[in-house]
Design a protein around this ligand. Structure first.
Ligand code: DC
Length: 228
């Protein structure tokens, strides 16, 4: 292992279990955690609040560079609290509508550039687990350990459906599956930093695996690569 901060990247489509896996790994290793999707979600919410339309590239880029956001880590290893301009918006940013808007702003190259350094600043000792779409390909292209976590579209829609139950989002499973597919397509087809596996990533398909089985495989890879 080199003396630079070790980084573990977990990329993949929505609903594959990246967030859960990344939080478990960060807690187990005592590493920091970056939920990069939350940054795009926060930008989408900030744009809504400041009445910046989703096709206003300049307005979105300024907002991306300056929005007042904080992530408060949960010592128990749960999802971090996400704060926008002093307000806890953790629940608000997780809605499917904000997810869709996040995917739209994420396709703008200037926005991605404006968020690049903010993401890279998370790489602090003793180490970082970063989850998203382009962690291993762009943001932390030199990461020591790269995982691409996927699952079948049907299984991912089911998991998203479960997550959204009780959140006043009453999409049927079929409607949600459709939205998941549209978001995948947008994330995969955009010209800049599209969702794809890094060449040196280990692909894990979680369709038939429990989260503890996924964790065990990821943990073995980290032990092999980082001796941790
Ligand atoms: O992981 P998520 O569902 O919270 O991400 C929301 C959207 O943000 C996703 O549809 C695409 C975008 N995103 C991205 O383009 N790059 C990342 N590294 C993370 C998320």
């Amino acid at each position: 292992m080199s003396d630079k901060v070790p980084v573990i990247t977990v990329d993949g489509p929505g609903g594959a279990g990246k967030g859960t896996l990344s939080q478990m790994l960060a807690t187990d290793l005592g590493f920091h955690y970056l939920d990069s999707g939350a940054l795009y979600r926060l930008l989408a919410l900030a744009a809504k609040r400041h009445k910046v339309s989703l096709d206003n590239v300049e307005g979105l880029t300024v907002l991306a560079g300056h929005m007042d956001i904080t992530f408060e880590m949960d010592p128990e290893g749960g999802r971090p609290t996400v704060v926008l301009e002093s307000e806890d918006v953790s629940s608000l940013v997780r809605s499917e509508e904000i997810g869709k808007d996040a995917s739209i702003v994420a396709a703008i190259p200037e926005v991605r550039q404006a968020l690049l350094q903010r993401q890279q600043a998370f790489a602090q000792a003793p180490g970082l687990v970063a989850d998203g779409r382009d962690m291993g390909t762009v943001v932390f292209a030199n990461a020591e350990v790269k995982i691409f976590l996927t699952a079948s579209p049907g299984e991912r829609a089911k998991r998203r459906h479960k997550q959204l139950i009780g959140k006043e989002e009453n999409d049927s499973l079929a409607a949600l599956a459709n939205k998941v597919r549209q978001r995948d397509e947008r994330d995969e087809r955009r010209l800049v930093s599209p969702l794809r596996s890094a060449d040196d990533a280990l692909t894990l398909d979680s369709t038939e695996l429990s989260i503890s089985e996924v964790f065990a495989q990821a943990r073995t890879l980290i032990r092999d690569k980082l001796s941790l």
